[in-house]
Write a new protein. Structure first.
Length: 406
């Protein structure tokens, strides 16, 4: 009898807990999470057992070993004796440098093309339409190979194309002056940069323009006290090649041009779609209120179009960053290429693949969060369907209105 009473008590407790909706929801989620963690743990244990059975190396000690090979392209110094962690970090830097530059230039070019596609000039519309249709329908890997061959067949360094005696283009890349910071000035310059960023934040966020004047005064005093902390090192032709300055190799240039124009075609369509999504009633209302066309364009049409264009733009920026991995096809040392080479030399396949996936995850997550912040900033806030636009127009009219004398 005592056993039956205990079982009945336990059953009543379980039934009461199960019919508690909030507790049941958390219980099911906890069970699902536990099942996922158990599956991951069993998979890792299975991988570890296979590595031990086959005598394969595992662990993270290889990150501190010297690579013994040099990257074909490196934004910072990298040599034979540098460890794997530094070499992989240079791959991340190369990916970021290429991806962010492509995103910036594709946004500027694509936005211009998108605006021109809505022009009243039929010739401009035809040229921009042909640009978009051609580049969107040709695979990006073919465009990369095309531009790679174009830059490879540029003149040799002895016959390099000169642009004002400052920039030189050859079949080895683009040479340009190198900015050198005098010894002992780096930390002070970093401090000035942080002050400038703080001043910009105060000027535009807190409406304190005097902060910019204060930082400008500090910079002038610093230059008067220390002298010029910068110097330019120009590339000079010596023998069969250039010495000094910086060099952007043909691999970087081919990837930059191909990915930029490929992504700009998609950005152009996104911007054009955002402009066409603006309600014509808002534009007609602004014209009825007597606002100038330039004011309507910059203060009404573009902000409303940006609200519609930002979500697809975020997706396109993520795609642009991922497309940089195609640089391995022409020998550009991005994160994917560096990790692939490291796997062949170190043999730490699982660890290196985890590092590569983690690197791409962090890069794209930061971009996604930044675009989410912009999307929230440009979003119109209000309760009714016409309330946001009405309040926006009222604020704009108050700024445009001039005081009327009595």
């Amino acid at each position: 009898m005592r056993t039956i009473g205990t079982v009945e008590l336990i059953w009543n407790m379980v039934r009461s807990l199960w019919f508690n909706r909030q507790l049941r929801r958390y219980l099911l989620q906890g069970l699902f999470l536990g099942a996922v963690l158990l599956l991951v743990a069993s998979s890792l244990a299975n991988v570890y057992a296979n590595l031990v059975r086959q005598g394969m190396a595992y662990g993270w000690d290889f990150l501190w070993r010297a690579t013994g090979w040099r990257l074909s392209v490196a934004m910072l110094e990298q040599g034979l004796n540098d460890p794997y962690w530094w070499t992989i970090l240079m791959g991340v830097v190369n990916t970021l440098a290429l991806g962010l530059l492509c995103i910036l230039c594709a946004t500027v070019i694509g936005s211009s093309i998108g605006l021109l596609r809505l022009s009243t000039n039929p010739m401009l519309r035809l040229i921009c339409t042909a640009y978009v249709d051609l580049l969107r329908n040709v695979p990006v890997i073919m465009q990369i190979y095309f531009w790679y061959e174009v830059f490879k067949h540029a003149p040799m360094e002895r016959q390099a194309l000169s642009f004002g005696g400052v920039f030189f283009a050859s079949n080895r890349g683009l040479y340009f002056p190198k900015v050198q910071i005098e010894a002992g000035q780096g930390l002070l310059l970093i401090g000035l940069l942080l002050l400038a960023l703080a001043a910009l934040w105060l000027a535009f966020k807190r409406r304190r323009p005097q902060a910019l004047l204060a930082v400008a005064g500090l910079a002038v005093l610093y230059l008067l006290w220390q002298g010029n902390p910068f110097s330019l090192q120009f590339p000079v032709l010596q023998g069969f090649g250039f010495r000094g300055g910086h060099r952007l190799p043909v691999e970087f240039l081919a990837l930059f041009v191909a990915i930029t124009i490929y992504s700009s075609a998609y950005v152009a369509e996104i911007v054009r779609g955002g402009l066409l999504a603006v309600d014509k009633g808002q534009i007609e209302a602004a014209r009825a209120l007597g606002l100038r066309e330039s004011t309507i364009h910059w203060n009404i049409r573009l902000p409303l179009a940006m609200r519609s264009a930002l979500p697809p733009l975020s997706n396109q920026f993520l795609i642009t960053m991922k497309v940089t991995s195609l640089g391995a096809a022409i020998g550009y040392a991005d994160l994917f290429s560096v990790v692939s080479t490291s796997i062949n030399h170190a043999g730490q396949t699982i660890e290196l693949l985890a590092l590569m996936m983690g690197g791409y995850l962090m890069i794209n997550y930061v971009i996604a969060r930044a675009m989410h912040f912009l999307n929230q900033h440009f979003a119109l806030k209000g309760h009714g369907a016409g309330a946001p636009a009405a309040s926006w127009l009222s604020r704009l009219l108050r700024r445009q209105a001039k005081p009327v004398g009595r």
